[in-house]
Design a protein around this ligand. Structure first.
Ligand code: ASP
Ligand code: MG
Length: 412
C-alpha cells in the first residue's frame, strides 16, 4: 500500500491511512506500506536548500529532502501501534534500499526485503517504509529518487516481497482518459496496459512517476491506483473497489483503439533554419544539448529540396528554453545555419492507445478534427501506440476536448 502526500497531510489523515492498513491486516493480508512526505513538505525542503545556497551539494540536498518521509513513516508506525497492530518504520538505509549515486535522481539497484517478510511470518508486523529515499551502494550516503519517487519505492518494494498487488492510494480514484479538470466528461479507466501508462505518464499525466510504471512492467507488478479518501471501513477488502489496474496487455479484454489523451504545456519549440544538409550536423546540434543535460523530445527534420540546406525543429522543456537557445547560438559556427527561431508558448497533445498498432487512420482523424477547429499543428511525431502534435498553448484545452470527443472517450 502506498500513500501520497495529500493522504498523509496531517495527523488526522495519517489516522485515516492507519484505518486503511488495519482493514487489510484484519482481512488476513501481510502489509508493507510506503509513505510520501506530508503534502507540500518536500517543496518546502527543496526551497530551503535553494535559499541556503542556489548551488548546493546534491548529497546534502538529499540529506535534507529525504527527511519528509522519515517523519511520516515514524508517525504512521505510531498510529498503527496505537490501533493495536504490530508496526515498525524503515528508512531507506535500514532495509536497505540500495541505489545508484545520482543524487536527486537515483535509481534503485537492489532492495533487501528479507527482514520485513520474516517479520510478517513471525509477528504479523506491518512494515512502514519511507518512500523516495535510498542509500548509495558505495558511499553509504542517503539518496533520493527524484520528485514523485515514492511511487517507484512502492513498486520496487512490491516486486521484492512478491506482493500480490501494489495499491497506490492517492487523491484521485484512478487513471482518467484525460485530466477531468480540462474535460469534465473524462472517464475513469478500469484497466490500462503498462505500455500505455508509460506513455500517459511520460507525456503529461501526473498520477504516477514514470519510473514506477517501468519497474512494474519489468517485474510484472500489478499496480492499482485508488482513492485514499473513501471511508476505510466502507471498503470490502475482498471486493473490487473503484480504481484503475495497470496490468499486462493480455489481461485487458476490451481494448479500445484510443485509451487516453495526455498533454503538457511545459514545452518550447526551437527551429534551426537552413542548416547544412551533411553528415554530422544532427550530432553537432544534439551533442551539446545532451552535454548541457537538456532533454530533447520531438525532433523533426525536413528532407532538403536543394541538397544543401534543410530546417530542423525540436522541443525541449520550457524551463530549458533559454539555455537551449544559448547552447545552439554558441555552436553556430560548428553547426552552420542561417537563423534560429523559437517559441515558448507551445503545448504538446498526445493520443495514446495500444489499438493504434492495428488500426489505420487514427491520426488522420485527429488532423481533420483539429483543422475544423482552426488549430494549427506545428509539428507531429508518431510511434506505434501514440502520436503527438505540437500546437499553440492557447488552444490546449480546445484540442484536448476535441480529441477526447472524437475518439469516443466522453462519458455518456
Ligand atoms: N515527497 C516526494 C516528492 O514530493 C516523493 C513523493 O511524494 O513521491 O517528490
Ligand atoms: Mg506522487
Amino acid at each position: 500500500m502506498k500513500f501520497g502526500g495529500t493522504s498523509v497531510a496531517d495527523i488526522e489523515r495519517i489516522r485515516n491511512v492507519g484505518r486503511h492498513v488495519k482493514r487489510e491486516v484484519d482481512a488476513g493480508h501481510d502489509v508493507a506500506v510506503v509513505v510520501s512526505a506530508m503534502a507540500g513538505k518536500t517543496n518546502e525542503l527543496v526551497a530551503w536548500c535553494r535559499e541556503a545556497s542556489p548551488l548546493h551539494d546534491a548529497r546534502e540536498y538529499d540529506a535534507v529532502v529525504a527527511s519528509g518521509e522519515q517523519v511520516t513513516a515514524g508517525l504512521l508506525a505510531v498510529v498503527l501501534q496505537n490501533m493495536g497492530l504490530n508496526a515498525r518504520s524503515w528508512l531507506g538505509w535500514q532495509l536497505p534500499i540500495l541505489t545508484s549515486h545520482a543524487h536527486g535522481a537515483a535509481r534503485i539497484l537492489d532492495i533487501n526485503g528479507e527482514e520485513i517478510v520474516k517479520r510478517f511470518g513471525e509477528r504479523k508486523e506491518v512494515a512502514v517504509i519511507a518512500g523516495f529515499q535510498g542509500i548509495h551502494k558505495e558511499t553509504g550516503r542517503i539518496t533520493t529518487l527524484g520528485r514523485g519517487g515514492s511511487d517507484t519505492s512502492a513498486v520496487a518494494v512490491a516486486a521484492t516481497i512478491r506482493a500480490d498487488r501494489c495499491d497506490i492510494y492517492t487523491d484521485v480514484d484512478g487513471v482518467y482518459t484525460t485530466d477531468p479538470r480540462v474535460v469534465p466528461k473524462a472517464r475513469r479507466l478500469d484497466k490500462v496496459a503498462f505500455e500505455e501508462m508509460l506513455e500517459l505518464a511520460s507525456l503529461g499525466a501526473k498520477v504516477l512517476q514514470v519510473r514506477s510504471v517501468e519497474l512494474g512492467m519489468v517485474h510484472k507488478v500489478k499496480i492499482f491506483v485508488r482513492s485514499s479518501f473513501e471511508k476505510p471501513e466502507d471498503i470490502d477488502p475482498h471486493g473490487t473497489p473503484p480504481g484503475t489496474l495497470i496490468c499486462d496487455e493480455e489481461d485487458i479484454v476490451e481494448q479500445q483503439v484510443v485509451t487516453g489523451i495526455a498533454f503538457s504545456k511545459d514545452e518550447a519549440q526551437i527551429s534551426i533554419r537552413r542548416v547544412q544538409d551533411k553528415p554530422g550536423v544532427a550530432a553537432a546540434i544534439f551533442g551539446p544539448l545532451a552535454e548541457a543535460n537538456i532533454n530533447v523530445d520531438m525532433i523533426v527534420q525536413n528532407v532538403s529540396a536543394d541538397g544543401k540546406t534543410t530546417d530542423l525543429t525540436f522541443t525541449v522543456p520550457a524551463g530549458d528554453y533559454q539555455r537551449s537557445m544559448d547552447v545552439i547560438g554558441k555552436a553556430k559556427e560548428t553547426i552552420g545555419f542561417e537563423r534560429l527561431d523559437g517559441a515558448a508558448d507551445v503545448a504538446k497533445v498526445s493520443v495514446i492507445g495500444i489499438g493504434m498498432r492495428s488500426h489505420a487512420g487514427v491520426a488522420a482523424q485527429a488532423f481533420k478534427a483539429l483543422a475544423d477547429r482552426n488549430i494549427n499543428i506545428r509539428a507531429i511525431t508518431t510511434s506505434e501506440i501514440k502520436f503527438s502534435v505540437l500546437i499553440d498553448a492557447a488552444y490546449t484545452e480546445l484540442a484536448v476536448r476535441t480529441l477526447h470527443g472524437l475518439y469516443g472517450l466522453d462519458k455518456a
